[in-house]
Design a protein around this ligand. Structure first.
Ligand SMILES: [Zn+2]
Length: 72
């Protein structure tokens, strides 16, 4: 039996690209700010990322040489 419809035409139609919720506020992301909803949220995330990388938790390792060197 010949198949006139090899594939459903509707299956080929791609809907709008799925928008992911903004990682910051959960609102639908904007294309221009993907994956965020706005430039503000993008900056928030960026700042957090930057501050996170800069603000490294101080490793409180006991330094055996600290006492010998003195406090200066
Ligand atoms: Zn947002």
């Amino acid at each position: 039996m010949p198949t006139d419809h090899p594939a459903s035409p509707s299956a080929k139609v791609e809907p709008l690209r799925k928008t992911r919720p903004c990682p910051e506020c959960g609102r639908p992301s904007e294309r221009s700010h993907y994956p965020f909803c706005s430039d503000r949220c993008r900056n928030v995330d960026l700042n957090r990322w930057l501050s996170g990388s800069y603000a490294i938790p101080a490793a409180e390792e006991p330094d055996p040489d600290a006492d010998e060197r003195g406090t200066l």
